[in-house]
Ligand binder design. Structure first.
Ligand SMILES: [Fe+2]
Ligand SMILES: [Fe+2]
Length: 189
């Protein structure tokens, strides 16, 4: 366990901010080296943030009795499936296609990429818990045990989402400054 674990950190320490200090978030959108791949990748992250938030608010509305079990099931099940499988695919591409390029390009940030890879493992364990809890919730929609299943689902999905938001922010803060400093072409993206 370290201070950089996903559930403990609140951003990067000084030694992982060497490029972020040169390229703070305000300069990203207009920077000439923010290429097509980086823009697409940032949009994927925003999609995960938005869909994660929408799933969370639908769950809250359902638990407050504002939508019926069948309305909830019809909206929720396909979107949760899309969200979780999209996350798995996204992490797979990062671990295997992109992180090796970034590590090789900037040895000073290698520790940061180890942290992000470890985040992916932690998030994957959270995804498994969310899938189990969602299956349990959907099975129990018409049963007396609904309340307990809904409480448990809300707990594990809140944990997934808070970890994911931390991960997305820190991943962008490590990677986008590196892309702006070197360019997508030079990094071999
Ligand atoms: Fe990631
Ligand atoms: Fe990502």
């Amino acid at each position: 366990m370290t201070l950089l674990d996903l559930d403990r950190r609140t951003g990067w320490p000084e030694d992982m901010r060497v490029l972020l200090d040169l390229y703070p978030r305000e300069v990203w959108p207009a920077h000439a080296n923010l290429g097509r791949t980086a823009r697409f990748w940032l949009k994927r992250h925003d999609m995960f943030r938005e869909l994660g938030g929408a799933l969370q608010s639908a769950t809250a509305q359902f638990r407050e009795g504002l939508i019926t079990p069948s309305e909830f099931q019809g909206w929720f099940a396909p979107r949760l499936q899309f969200f979780l499988s999209g996350l798995n695919d996204h992490h797979h591409i990062e671990d295997h296609a992109y992180f090796p390029l970034f590590r090789a390009a900037e040895p000073r940030l290698v520790r940061g990429f180890e942290v992000l890879e470890n985040d992916h493992d932690v998030i994957h364990q959270s995804i498994e818990k969310v899938m189990d809890a969602a299956n349990d919730l959907l099975r129990n929609l018409q049963k007396d045990s609904l309340q307990r299943s809904a409480d448990h689902y809300a707990d594990v999905s809140d944990c997934l989402l808070s970890g994911l938001i931390r991960h997305l922010d820190d991943e962008e803060d490590l990677i986008i400054p590196l892309i702006l400093d070197r360019s997508e072409e030079k990094l071999g993206m």
